[in-house]
Ligand binder design. Structure first.
Ligand SMILES: N[C@@H](CCC[C@H](N)C(=O)O)C(=O)O
Length: 270
């Protein structure tokens, strides 16, 4: 099985080209691939398959030729992955499967418009984030309140007073399963000045990662809300780098680098 490895601000992915939809990608195989010692190691898998051959998103095939079939490191499926979409787009461009500076990609969360910037960064139109109220998380016994943001997938973005660098995120933070029956991605951030935040994240299905694109959108929404705003441009610093989030009346945009760094042949059993 051919594979590539890539990352977006160190949120890392194994890419599996499967244009004709022949791969039976079980949760166990995904978890084995993502395992950092006995596998290749990654936060998730991006299967590249023709949209028209993927019944769950076939209705998107009129605009998006390629479907980003995203899986978390534990093998679970997610609706959307912002950094994954940037890396997926980089793969399509580098292999000639997509041309021009703008094109669409199919995802479980709907069609996402991609723009390749002049400096090589990739921008994803992430759609309009929906705020669904507030909830709380518990990290090493400390409770933090946050904003429940839906950006295709569920997030709880919490502005905290403690420095995020000092948090212990080696264990699953607590959350209310009544509010998040399918689990939740939890962002903890410190707002720095008027339009900057420092964020860490504990992702559903992957644990702590060094960046989360959808999480940076949720953080921008929560950070903006602190000053009573719903629009603006936010720079979000994550352990793996920096991304820019723009919120406007209609939608949100995620901009940042995306890198393909290796390719090879995977010999794990299919
Ligand atoms: N890292 C991603 C989000 C991946 C999905 C998430 N773990 C979930 O289960 O919802 C991103 O960059 O958005």
């Amino acid at each position: 099985m051919r594979f590539l490895k890539g990352h977006g601000t160190e949120n890392d992915f194994v890419i599996l080209p499967d244009p004709d939809g022949e791969l039976d990608l079980s949760a166990a195989l995904v978890a084995a691939i993502c395992e950092r010692r006995s596998g290749i190691g990654a936060d998730g898998v991006l299967r590249v398959v023709r949209t028209k051959l993927s019944p769950e998103v076939a209705d998107q095939a009129t605009t998006a030729e390629w479907f980003m079939d995203y899986r978390n490191a534990d093998g679970s499926m997610a609706e959307m992955c912002g950094n994954g979409a940037r890396v997926f787009a980089r793969y399509l461009v580098e292999t000639g499967l997509a041309g021009g500076s703008e094109f669409d990609v199919a995802t479980r969360g709907g069609v996402r418009r991609i723009r390749i910037e002049d400096n090589g960064d990739v921008t994803v139109d992430m759609g309009k984030p929906v705020v669904r109220g507030t909830s709380v998380t518990t990290v090493t016994g400390q409770e933090y309140e946050g904003v429940h943001v839906d950006i295709g997938n569920p997030h709880l973005a919490c502005a905290i007073g403690d420095p995020v660098a000092q948090l212990d995120l080696t264990h699953q933070p607590g959350f209310d399963p009544g509010v998040f029956p399918r689990g939740v991605n939890i962002e903890l951030f410190n707002a720095v000045g008027a339009s900057r935040a420092v964020m860490r994240v504990y992702e559903r299905g992957s644990g702590e990662t060094r960046s989360c694109g959808t999480g940076t959108i949720a953080t921008a929404v929560a950070a903006a809300a602190l000053s009573g705003e719903t629009t603006g441009t936010w720079t979000i610093e994550v352990p793996g780098g920096t991304v820019v989030v723009t919120l406007d009346e209609e939608t949100s945009y995620l901009t940042g680098p995306a890198v393909i760094l290796a390719s090879g042949n995977l010999m794990l059993a299919e």
